[in-house]
Ligand binder design. Structure first.
Ligand SMILES: Nc1nc2c(ncn2[C@@H]2O[C@H](COP(=O)(O)OP(=O)(O)OP(=O)(O)O)[C@@H](O)[C@H]2O)c(=O)[nH]1
Length: 249
């Protein structure tokens, strides 16, 4: 996937999403199919760093506490240019009675076509949150299986590791999600791959290979192409009739 345009930001949660809304922020996005991705996880796991790394290829060490920015870009997936919106979100807290998800965050999750769930290998609590968060996300999307990628960040900080990445892999496969272990600070390619695979999955979901509409149209009989043998025969007949007429004159 190739990032095509400059990043732009609106410092608020999105309303009902549309390609038109994306175009307002990113003019080239007009008329494109739109893929909406929310990045969620505990505080300090590197959500903003991940999004910024993906969009700019750069790692910037320090960020302000996240206010929930939406970034719009164009990307190329399998030869098609899509508009992509990436929603960064504030860190989720865990309370005694469960996840502390604000209504804003819930709106953002409902809005999304796909979710990146981030934890840090240096923070066991952020890992523990993923299972609950996955359940919460599925509850907000009843009746559909939302594409989700689990990302274990800060793989460079092995000396203060609290979570074995293998556990992340096990959890992700139990939840039926893809898994990427990344170091946002040290490696761009893994970050790119995590978003790329998600965009591809959403893109395929938006364009099922055989929709009922397509199936129906394939049942409508096509007009028969003219039979060449028949045409030749008629042409010969017409020709010989003409020759006969000429000789008889
Ligand atoms: N060593 C290392 N530090 C990282 C990495 N990713 C992020 N950080 C640092 O972790 C800290 C938190 O990163 P943020 O991107 O602000 O985390 P966040 O999840 O957006 O945090 P909230 O806005 O509080 O929810 C920052 O100091 C980053 O520089 C990484 O891969 N390796």
């Amino acid at each position: 996937m190739r990032l095509i345009q400059n990043m732009c930001t609106i410092a608020e949660y999105p309303g009902p999403a549309s390609a038109a809304a994306a175009a307002e922020c990113c003019p080239g996005a007009a008329g494109r199919r739109l893929v909406k991705i929310a990045v969620v996880g505990a505080s300090g796991v590197g959500k903003t760093a991940l999004v910024v790394r993906f969009l700019t290829k750069r790692f910037i060490g320090d960020y302000e506490r996240n206010a929930g920015n939406l970034y719009t870009r164009q990307v190329q997936i399998e030869g098609e240019t899509l508009a992509i919106q990436v929603q960064d979100t504030p860190g989720i807290q865990v309370h005694e009675n469960g996840l502390g998800c604000s209504e804003q965050l819930n709106r953002c999750i409902r809005w999304a076509d796909a979710v990146v769930m981030v934890f840090s290998i240096t923070d066991h609590k952020s890992y523990e949150l993923i299972g609950q968060l996955h359940q919460h996300v599925q509850q907000l999307h009843p009746g559909t299986r939302l594409p989700v990628v689990v990302v274990a960040n800060k793989a460079d900080l092995l000396h203060i590791k609290q979570v074995d990445p293998q556990l992340g892999l096990q959890l992700a496969s139990m939840l039926g999600c893809l898994f990427y272990e990344v170091s946002v600070s040290e490696n761009y390619n893994d970050v790119y791959n995590a978003f790329h695979v998600l965009c591809k999955e959403v893109s395929h979901k938006q364009q099922p290979s055989s929709t009922p509409e397509k199936r129906r149209s394939s049942l409508i009989p096509r007009p028969k192409s003219p039979n060449m043998q028949d045409l030749k025969r008629r042409f010969k007949q017409a020709l010989s009739a003409k020759v006969r007429t000429v000789t008889s004159v």
